[in-house]
Design a protein around this ligand. Structure first.
Ligand code: ZN
Length: 349
């Protein structure tokens, strides 16, 4: 828990963090209030099928709240221990960042990853569910699917931090789903990474968002077809991840994404999305994509798929996940794929 963070004026960073903490705490208080007033937001059959007990959700809310308060107290006490995992990048020595010297053993992402017992000779499949945290009933349905999945939370979701705590307790791995500017006019949401931002602001936004999710092993991009193709902008993003010992998962919303090159240069472990499950959110289309996932996992030994909190996606995954074993496949958290990528990189050298 060191404070040094390469390349960031600390006060500016702390200011950004403080406002994030205050906003996060207010959001949690608001959530607790709304939860009492509107206990059955959205009602209907989908929610009726959710089996997670309310006490468990309340426990998760309490934990997330306590964590936010602890961070706030730490910030008041002069900032000691505020910057989680910031010591991983070599304490601010710029020379330690460049090059392929990735230490998997002592990285923060390893500590946060979901432990997995790998069955040898199987095809390993990581299923990532994006856009988590905005819709509580849908988040609970994702959390209720057989673990381990990797659930990626948008930073501005009101109750996203608490849902992430609950998801991790249920054996799912956690990513931050960082909004980034797409081509075209669609809005990526508040606090997004846009191409007009200075490097220090990019790092500040990434850091503030990551601070909301103490279990996040790293981040993947929400949208970002414009932002991720700019190598100059991906540098500060990777520096922040490297400084915190976290990973990058490239959603590859643009074929020319610079994610792989920028991560490699900064020494950030990474994985890339192979298949989008539900660009067409129908049962037939999703099942077709799942067969493609199986094909890639058998051929290459692993595959990364990204889906979204759609009804059709939940239904397809609920039917598909229990059958993996007899197909010679195994569901793994995304960090398993990242470890494999690191091992392959080493043997290739
Ligand atoms: Zn997204």
């Amino acid at each position: 828990m060191k404070l040094a963070l390469p390349g960031i004026p600390f006060l500016a960073f702390l200011r950004a963090r403080r406002s994030a903490i205050v906003a996060g705490s207010l959001a949690l208080v608001l959530l607790a209030t709304l939860h009492v007033v509107v206990p059955r937001r959205g009602g209907g059959e989908d929610i009726a099928r959710v089996s997670l007990p309310e006490e468990e959700i309340e426990d998760a809310l309490d934990q997330a709240n306590a964590a936010e308060e602890a961070r706030l107290a730490a910030a008041r006490g002069g900032g000691q221990g505020v910057v989680q995992g910031a010591g991983q990048g070599g304490g601010g020595e710029a020379g330690a960042v460049a090059g392929p010297a990735i230490r998997a053993i002592d990285a923060e992402w390893e500590k946060r990853s979901v432990p997995v017992s790998l069955q040898p000779g199987r095809g390993y499949v990581a299923i990532v569910i994006d856009d988590m945290g905005l819709d509580r009933p849908r988040a609970m349905r994702a959390i209720g699917l057989p673990a381990p999945l990797t659930l990626s939370f948008l930073p501005y979701g009101r109750d996203a931090p608490a849902l992430a705590v609950l998801a991790r307790q249920r054996g799912h791995e956690i990513l931050l789903h960082m909004p980034m500017q797409p081509t075209g006019g669609e809005s990526p949401g508040p606090h997004a990474l846009t191409v007009d931002l200075a490097a220090v602001e990019i790092r500040g936004r990434v850091g503030a968002a990551l601070d909301r999710f103490g279990d996040a092993v790293g981040l993947n991009n929400h949208m970002g077809s414009r932002f991720t193709v700019d190598r100059r902008l991906m540098g500060p993003l990777m520096d922040e991840l490297r400084g915190r010992g976290l990973v990058f998962v490239d959603s590859r919303t643009a074929a020319e994404s610079q994610g792989s090159e920028a991560a490699g240069h900064a020494g950030v472990p990474m994985a890339m999305r192979d298949v989008f499950l539900d660009n067409e959110a129908t049962a037939d289309a999703i099942n077709r994509q799942l067969r493609e996932v199986e094909r890639i996992a058998r051929r290459r030994g692993h595959a990364v798929a990204i889906g979204h909190p759609h009804d059709a996606t939940f239904a397809a995954l609920a039917a598909w996940l229990p059958g993996l074993q007899e197909k010679g496949l195994q569901a793994v958290p995304v960090t398993t794929i990242i470890r494999r990528n690191l091992e392959r990189g080493r043997t290739a050298q």
